[in-house]
Ligand binder design. Structure first.
Ligand SMILES: Cc1cc2nc3c(=O)[nH]c(=O)nc-3n(C[C@H](O)[C@H](O)[C@H](O)COP(=O)(O)O)c2cc1C
Length: 255
């Protein structure tokens, strides 16, 4: 009976079941030339964390350990794990969680210095990240509030970590990695088009263009009449509507 099977599949917690995660990692390794497979145990989104996956795994370190061990055993590439400071202010267990990841076979870890409860608000906890760096021998990546080279250097120096990860500051701003600002609105729009073309090679035109709506909103930061253009970005559904959108923004900025 197809219907009951579909229903029961929908209830499965794929992201917290060791066998499913191992199989997913095997497929990802087979289909890609990725050097590393990362398990995201830091995702705070309700549809993930509310399903006892992502950041909720921090509440169940034994299960998290089984997931990591199963993935490590399934593939011939290094496995890394990303997690948070803890689930909420009552459950801050990043140091124990880091040790568990190391003992379970992770080659490196990344800590985002906020709890799941905080989502993306408040400042990342530098001391929690420093404590994680001190607690394990494997490489640690630290993450939270990096906006430029100076903030990355401060984070690395304070925590003693070897690597810093960049998050929201890169949205609509890939120039961050080059250490400069975009020179014009034209340059931003050209990058939006280029990024969407690249994405379409993997996802197809329609999906890449629908996803370009949110990227457009990020690229429009600081642009004239940004609020109105963000609204209009919701019409992007093909390369031609994306081009028309970019031409409109461009003309508006020239006026
Ligand atoms: C829109 C959005 C999507 C994200 N998607 C992912 C993701 O797929 N995987 C991941 O590990 N982190 C993801 N993150 C979290 C960021 O990588 C990072 O951990 C977080 O934003 C904290 O860093 P920041 O303070 O520098 O932004 C996402 C964050 C945002 C805002």
């Amino acid at each position: 009976m197809p219907l009951p099977q579909t229903k029961s599949l929908r209830r499965r917690r794929f992201g917290s079941e060791p066998d499913f995660c191992a199989e997913g990692a095997r497929i990802a390794a087979e289909l890609s030339s990725a050097d590393v497979i990362d398990i995201n145990m830091g995702c705070p989104m309700p549809k993930i964390a509310g399903n006892r996956e992502g950041a909720s795994l921090m509440l169940d370190p034994k299960r998290a350990s089984r997931v990591i061990s199963a993935v490590v055993a399934a593939i011939d590439r290094p496995v890394t794990v990303k997690f948070r400071k803890g689930y909420d202010s009552e459950h801050v267990n990043c140091v124990e969680f880091a040790r568990m990841c190391e003992a379970s076979g992770a080659s490196a870890i990344c800590i985002h210095g906020r709890t799941r409860e905080q989502m993306y608000s408040g400042l990342a906890d530098l001391d929690a990240m420093a404590a994680v760096v001190a607690a394990v021998k494997i490489p640690v990546m630290v993450n939270g509030d990096v906006t430029d080279l100076a903030s990355a250097e401060r984070l690395l120096e304070y925590t003693g970590a070897g690597f810093a990860l960049v998050g929201r500051a890169t949205l609509g701003n890939p120039w961050l990695f080059a250490g400069r600002e975009p020179s014009s609105v034209e340059e931003k729009l050209e990058m939006l088009r280029r990024q969407t073309r690249y994405a379409s090679e993997v996802k197809g035109e329609r999906v890449a263009c629908v996803e370009a709506r949110k990227h457009a909103a990020w690229y429009l930061k600081g642009v004239r009449n940004a609020a109105a253009w963000r609204q209009k970005a919701n019409d992007i559904c093909s390369f031609s509507t994306l081009d028309a959108f970019c031409s409109g923004v461009s003309a508006d900025c020239e006026e």
